[in-house]
Design a protein around this ligand. Sequence first.
Ligand code: SF4
Ligand code: SF4
Length: 207
Amino acid sequence: MLGEGIIKGLLETARNFVGSYVSKERLTTVQYPEERWEAPEASRTFPFLVYDGDEWLAGLRCTSCQICEKECPPKCIYIEKSADKKPDAVGKMQFYPTRFDIDISVCMSCQICVEVCPFDSIKMDRIFELSTDDRFEGLILDRQKLAKSNSYYHQIHPTEAAEVDAALASERAAAAAKAKAAAEAVAAKAAAAKAAAENAAPAGGGA
Ligand code: SF4
Ligand code: SF4
């Protein structure tokens, strides 16, 4: 029937309009800031840096590889690499950032930095109340401001954080198994060399 789609659309609009007075599910607005809406788990605002344990600097997962800095479309990440190394999330010695700034006045929340990070070091936050009257430095977040614990990550994105933890645990197990196999191979080689030396030595101590 001609105009059937338009009538259906108008009826749906009317249903939602009237329904919003009686049904909370149809109420799509809240009286912010007095009322706050619980953002869905998948919502995202700006990036943050994940750290493990209690010490933010020691636990930073970031290895300062600078991939995110290169891939960020508006170029709002600024990283400087350390001269020394510290253990990363899987225990491997890695560089870390002595400077890691993100200018969130430029960041467009695209999440590309998160997608390209090979170390699960950078994730998207859900905090959005970041306005400031300092237009120069106020929206540049340094590594300490960006650093947030893995428990915080679990709090805001529980499903994703659990998947990352499982992947890191399996990487750690694989690294430990590899190290053990390497140590066993070295020990076996040393034992074989010792046995060969003993066999090659003249019996009876040289008559
Ligand atoms: S979310 Fe996008 S724009 Fe923002 S820092 Fe990451 S890559 Fe850059
Ligand atoms: S956040 Fe990830 S991609 Fe960016 S420098 Fe650190 S380890 Fe590399």
